[in-house]
Write a protein that binds this ligand. Sequence first.
Ligand code: HEC
Length: 232
Amino acid sequence: MDRQGWKIAWTAAAGAVLVIWSGEWFAGQLVPTTYPGELAFGGADEMPPAVDLAAVQRDWPGSLGGPGEQGRLIAYVGNIERQKPPVTAVPARATTPQPQEADLGTLLASADAAVGKGKARVCTSCHSMDAGGRNGVGPALWGVVGRNIASHGGFAYSPALSAQPGAWTYERLDSYLTSPARAIPGNKMAFAGLRRDEDRAAVIKYLASLSPGAPAFPAPMTSAAGQGAGAQ
Ligand code: HEC
């Protein structure tokens, strides 16, 4: 081999050593060969060593090369693992009432008829809300709560709405006003619906204030026992 050949051979050999050495070092960073933190854990049920979680998070990864850092990180991860809620806590949490799951009774109790009057402005292009009001595009809505469905004199109701038996209860109004097309397919109220539970409750409370024959509001369901008693 000539000088040039040796040079290339040496460079290649040195490069290979460097690659292996740095690879080993890198693997050592990923998978530490010693686990100083593990010793401190003891049994699985023991509390983890006191680790300043905020400090580890703040220092990492710059501190990774520091002495004892691997143990600190392992203890940190162990600490996080321990903070995860046990699986059994999930159903326990789900039973506590969430705001978005508020029942109609609760929504109506906290609703404001004056706010509902404002929200019901979108209805007045088709409906009269006045006592003795006349039918428009839609039937007059004075006294609608508790009134038989599709029963206001002089209005040509659709067959779909006319086929509905019984009176307008709070529950049926709530369902109808959420999405008229979905609640009573084929009815001819050309209105998308009031999506927000609170808005609907406010409008329904307003309609009730215009309805001398309105029944009492459904009782708010405050507990699991209340839900059982209130369900029909
Ligand atoms: C684009 C016009 C229009 C709008 C806006 C509208 N409605 Fe109607 N509504 C109608 C029509 C038409 C009917 C009759 C439906 C049928 O016969 O199928 C109706 C029917 C109803 C009924 C049934 C009445 C009965 O006598 O059985 C209620 C309750 C009602 N609307 C409430 C509302 C409320 C509350 C709003 C506003 C949030 C609203 N509507 C917005 C057109 C409208």
